[in-house]
Design a protein. Structure first.
Length: 149
């Protein structure tokens, strides 16, 4: 670091420091320490939001199907989950569906969907680690709807 005393009219004889070579190091550190972690977080959040939405849709559709076709179709939640997951590009083995219902009309049917979420997503490389998210949806079984045969 050079400190020079220059005597032209613009700086009034104040010491002037030269900062040669600092821009490349600062730029590299900014990319590595600031930009790269932000890109990693943004890439991971997108996948998390997408998979949470799929889990919500699977639970909603499985509950709706079980409530509409009660009592005949209460056990078809896994098949509904596979169809909805395939529609949104999620592998069927990543989604588990459980449907719980009470035995009478006027009660509720509840579907819970559990989906595997990637813990870390690296763009152009893949995902590492998983955790499971469970979401549910509850519907009332209609009192006065005619029974299906």
């Amino acid at each position: 670091m050079d400190i020079a005393l220059e005597s032209d009219d613009t700086d009034y004889g104040c010491p002037v420091r030269r900062h040669d070579g600092f821009v490349a190091i600062e730029f590299l550190l900014a990319v590595v320490l600031l930009l790269f972690p932000v890109v990693m977080i943004v890439a991971g959040v997108q996948v998390w939001i997408e998979r949470r939405y799929v889990a919500t849709l699977v639970a909603r559709d499985a509950a709706a199907h079980a409530a509409e076709y009660f009592p005949a179709e209460v056990d078809s939640g896994e098949a509904i989950g596979d169809v909805v997951a395939a529609t949104y590009g999620v592998d069927a083995k990543d989604v588990d569906v459980d449907v719980f219902s009470e035995d009478r009309r006027g009660r509720q049917v509840r579907a819970e969907a559990t989906i595997e979420m990637p813990a870390l997503v690296v763009p152009f490389v893949g995902s590492f680690g998983t955790w499971r998210l469970t979401t549910g949806h509850t519907l009332r079984i209609d009192d006065y709807r005619s029974r299906t045969s």
